[in-house]
Design a protein. Structure first.
Length: 527
């Protein structure tokens, strides 16, 4: 049996950080070090404010990193709202009370001391050259594997946690072979299925863990060593062995099928709008079919984020490279429908505003690609903005409770390319006060399903005026936003001309706004 004493995760991002923390928590005798080239990110992981927001993560990191979560008394409300299982069970102490989770930029040294290395670096879509827009950019994988080849000791187990095209194991082997010819490094494919916003829950209670290995003695031993680590908290029956290529493909296939469901219901929503059928009624009905199930059937702006769009693009590219153009165009249809949906939403907004945005202020509530994450990458909001700015509004003001201004600006930079000076001339403004964002706005578009945007009291003729928003007491993101509950409600602006004012809600959010109120992450009213 292979004994694992020291694990290193390369990439301190949304996957590397949380995965390492949970492995460390459940394997107190194993030292886990997360390394990254990004000094700022590592500094944040070591400090009080983690670089990513995930409910429950802060407590787990403190338990594994500091040996205790005692200092949580001073933590922000939202983390107390999402206690981890350990905390619920009354344990606020790492079983060993000995810190075993570390963060470092000392890549060479950490790699050299590790028995197992988790590759959790970014694999975005390639932006230039052959396959641009669809193929996976393997630069970070290549860089990390080169570091491993230079510094790892023979026999170190390499685990692909990043989402990579099928057959990446061969590429890794080829790079290693150049630097350390003839040296054996078992390679495992162990794709991560977590979703941002529920990463801790997904890691603590995964539906399944796939471990793909080569069919050799060293491959099986390596797979058993990784399975033993997971068995610290996951039932063995949920840990599935597979061949290494199947494991690679499982991840792309799972994301493609989930995204396909979203595009399927969105295609139906377009038909509903033309016919008078109600897409939420259709979705509810088909979701109750036990052969179909209710998940991922909510019509809306479509999918975004750093995974679905790039993984489906990668699948189409893979199919094409394998000489299967029909398969490629089948999955390409999922992406086409996704773009169509957000274009349709943006055009509806323009049409509701008399087909012109000239001189108007548009408010965007929510930029994150979904609620409970501060990840601004590939947000559907960007696609909506791309169309809105063509109409030359006076200003577009964005508020999101978690996304950093700098992250949103980095994403918006692509709009600068298409229209020159979007950010520099102040066309788009990012604010931290939702009431300020809404003040004197001609249209308020809720683009992320944050709980704080849900309606908290039934609409009456008195409370649906958006002009009320800035007058509410305690105008901070910590409060509920009391939004009108009707999507198309048109109110009047105080001064002439009497321009119609519109609240545009992405279709999936309309349902939320009409549903029963729930406590938002920042609810001050109930603590
Ligand atoms: P991320 O961009 O948040 O983090 C990746 C980190 O890797 C960055 O901090 C970067 O600085 C670091 N890095 C890159 N090259 C490096 C090198 N050579 N040495 C050290 N550090 C290096 O990415 P992420 O969202 O955590 O995703 C990582 C992988 O996991 C991707 O393949 C992604 O598709 C996959 N994945 C992501 C999610 C998700 O929800 N974010 C879910 C499942 C799988």
């Amino acid at each position: 049996n292979v004994r694992i004493r020291h694990i290193c995760a390369i990439g301190a991002g949304y996957v590397g950080g949380p995965t390492a923390a949970i492995i460390a928590l459940h394997n107190p005798n194993v030292k886990v070090t997360v390394i990254d080239r990004d000094e700022r990110r590592i500094k944040s992981w070591k400090g009080r404010h983690l670089p990513i927001h995930e409910p429950g993560l802060e407590r787990i990191v403190r338990l594994a990193r500091d040996g205790t979560s005692d200092s949580l008394g001073t933590m922000s409300e939202q983390h107390r709202d999402f206690p981890t299982e350990q905390a619920q069970a009354g344990s606020d102490r790492n079983p060993s009370s000995r810190p075993n989770l570390f963060f470092s930029t000392a890549c060479a040294e950490t790699i050299a001391n590790s028995d197992m290395i988790l590759l959790a670096v970014n694999t975005p879509t390639k932006m230039h050259g052959v396959g641009a827009g669809r193929a996976t950019d393997m630069a970070a994988i290549e860089g990390a594997v080169r570091d491993i080849a230079l510094h790892a000791k023979p026999g170190t187990i390499l685990v692909e946690k990043s989402t990579v095209p099928c057959k990446t194991g061969q590429l890794i082997k080829d790079i290693l072979g150049v630097y350390q010819p003839g040296v054996m490094f078992p390679i495992l494919s162990n794709p991560e299925f977590l979703s941002e916003g529920t990463a801790v829950r997904d890691l603590l209670q995964p539906d399944r863990v796939i471990i793909g290995c080569e069919s050799t003695l060293s491959g099986h031993r390596a797979a058993a060593a990784l399975a033993n680590l997971y068995a610290g908290w996951i039932p063995r029956s949920n840990i599935l062995p597979s061949n290494i290529w199947s494991a690679d493909l499982c991840k792309l296939a799972a994301n493609a099928v989930l995204a396909q469901r979203i595009s399927s219901i969105n295609s139906i929503s377009a038909i509903c709008e033309r016919t008078g059928a109600d897409v939420s009624e259709v979705a509810r009905s088909i979701g109750m079919d036990s052969r179909i199930g209710p998940q991922f059937l909510k019509a809306g702006l479509g999918f975004g984020g750093s995974c679905f769009p790039k993984d489906i693009a990668s699948l189409t590219y893979l199919a094409e490279s394998l000489g299967l153009p029909e398969v490629a165009s089948y999955w390409q249809g999922v992406l086409i429908m996704n773009d169509f949906q957000r274009d349709r939403f943006a055009r509806n907004v323009i049409s509701c505003l008399n087909n012109t945005l000239r001189g108007k202020k548009i408010t965007i509530l929510g930029y994150a690609f979904k609620k409970n994450t501060g990840d601004a990458r590939e947000s559907p909001a960007l696609g909506v903005l791309r169309i809105l700015i063509q109409e030359q509004p006076r200003t577009i003001v964005i508020f999101d409770p978690l996304c950093n201004e700098s992250d949103i600006k980095r994403e918006l930079a692509v709009l600068d390319d298409c229209r020159g000076v979007v950010q520099t001339n102040g066309l788009i403004e990012i604010v931290t006060d939702p009431y300020l964002a809404c003040a004197d706005s001609n249209a308020i578009l809720v683009l992320t399903d944050w709980d704080m945007f849900k309606n908290t009291k039934p609409a009456t003729p008195d409370n649906f005026e958006a002009t009320e928003l800035p007058q509410l007491d305690g105008a901070t993101p910590a409060n509920f936003l009391r939004l009108p509950h009707r999507v198309e409600r048109v109110t009047k602006l105080p001064s002439p001309p009497q321009t119609p004012k519109m609240i545009g809600i992405a279709p999936d959010l309309a349902e939320h706004l009409m549903s029963e109120p729930e406590c938002p992450p920042y609810c001050e009213e109930c603590g």
